[in-house]
Design a protein around this ligand. Structure first.
Ligand SMILES: Nc1ncnc2c1ncn2[C@@H]1O[C@H](COP(=O)(O)OP(=O)(O)OP(=O)(O)O)[C@@H](O)[C@H]1O
Ligand SMILES: [Mg+2]
Length: 338
């Protein structure tokens, strides 16, 4: 049984009407500036509702981490938001001051990044870092702080004895667990995770993520989750975004995307992962490799690798089409249906 999360005052910093998405990303464009700018995120739109678990998958270099950094306002030079918006609980993330960002970080929105195991402060014990994070947000007695710190460490499978440990005394996997503990300590509304368990072995990864999922169900926070583990994401996510070369190629309910992938890239990506239960079939994968984002192909970015390429694909950039009730697909194949 997971230890219960410590209780918090109900006063969230911002309230958001029930019918409004918790997070709304609109036409977001992010570039790494240089002589030849890298457009790592291109016209990405995405909504995350309260309590929703949204997965993001796609080949290495397709812009997943850049997107998460932009959403959490953690981009640093040379990366910058060129256009578009990120609205979290009704507020423009890009126009918040550092001070305002500090207020919402951990409490309303917390982030566990790919390099999370290096994000801890090397000169402070785990206990001191949890204490600082909590003290920054509210007045709590030392006894209560300690109790709460112990609870969250147990929650992620770390013996509370490690409150006295420095990050270098923990393994990479334990540091990732500690970061996840920090991310959950305030029961934020949105937890952003970028391969949060990459330093753990497969069995430990699964059990930790299942723990996070269980908490998400109990507490009701939303999760935006990047992973390369298709099988994991198929079990965890309510909705799934498939990214290709800086864009969302397809977005829909996870079950729908897995059972009926619409975009040729999604089809190739899913074929590249053998089904555990399904019949054996040859792995066809996707020929070629993703484009150089300094010079993406004209028209559809996937057209040079696409098995269903048409004349229009190298000429015009596809729009996003709604297919069926719920799927959004950026592909010319669905132009006629629209
Ligand atoms: N500091 C940087 N300067 C220039 N380009 C960068 C920089 N960081 C990332 N990029 C480019 O931005 C693109 C997206 O990178 P990003 O790290 O967001 O991809 P990713 O989908 O998270 O990949 P992975 O699955 O390997 O983590 C890549 O083409 C990468 O080369
Ligand atoms: Mg990444």
């Amino acid at each position: 049984m997971a230890a219960p999360l410590p209780s918090l005052p109900e006063s969230a910093m911002w309230s958001v009407p029930a019918d409004e998405p918790l997070l709304e990303v609109s036409d977001l464009v992010v570039e790494y500036a240089s002589d030849e700018p890298v457009r790592a995120v291109d016209k990405v739109s995405l909504r995350v509702g309260r309590g929703e678990f949204v997965g993001i998958v796609g080949e290495s270099g397709c812009g997943k981490s850049t997107l998460l950094y932009a959403i959490s306002s953690l981009l640093t030079s040379p990366a910058r938001v060129v256009s578009g918006s990120v609205t979290f609980k009704g507020h423009q993330m890009t126009s918040l001051t550092e001070d305002e960002l500090r207020q919402i970080r951990w409490r309303d929105l917390s982030v566990v990044m790919q390099s999370a195991m290096n994000a801890l402060n090397p000169v402070l014990t785990i206990g001191a870092q949890l204490r600082d994070a909590m003290a920054a947000h509210e007045k709590v007695s030392p006894a209560r702080l300690r109790e709460r710190s112990e609870d969250v460490l147990r929650l992620v499978g770390i013996d509370p004895i490690h409150l006295r440990s420095y990050p270098h005394q923990l393994s990479g996997g334990m540091r990732q667990r500690a970061m996840i503990a920090m991310a959950l300590v305030f029961k934020p509304d949105l937890v952003i995770m970028d391969e949060p368990t990459s330093a753990l072995d497969v069995v430990a990864q699964r059990s930790l993520i299942l723990r996070v999922k269980q908490l998400q169900r109990e507490i009701g926070f939303a999760v935006l989750f990047v992973t390369h583990d298709m099988s994991l994401v198929s079990h965890l996510s309510d909705r799934l975004a498939i990214m290709y070369a800086g864009q969302i190629a397809e977005l829909g309910p996870t079950r729908e995307v897995f059972s009926n992938p619409r975009h040729p890239y999604s089809q190739g990506l899913l074929q590249a992962f053998p089904s555990i239960r399904g019949p054996r079939r040859p792995l066809t994968g996707i020929p070629g490799s993703p484009p150089d984002l300094r010079r993406p192909p004209t028209g559809c970015r996937f057209h040079p690798r696409c098995g269903q390429v048409m004349e229009v694909c190298s000429r015009d950039e596809p729009r996003v089409h709604q297919v069926g009730d719920t799927d959004l697909v950026r592909c010319h194949l669905y132009e006629a249906e629209a």
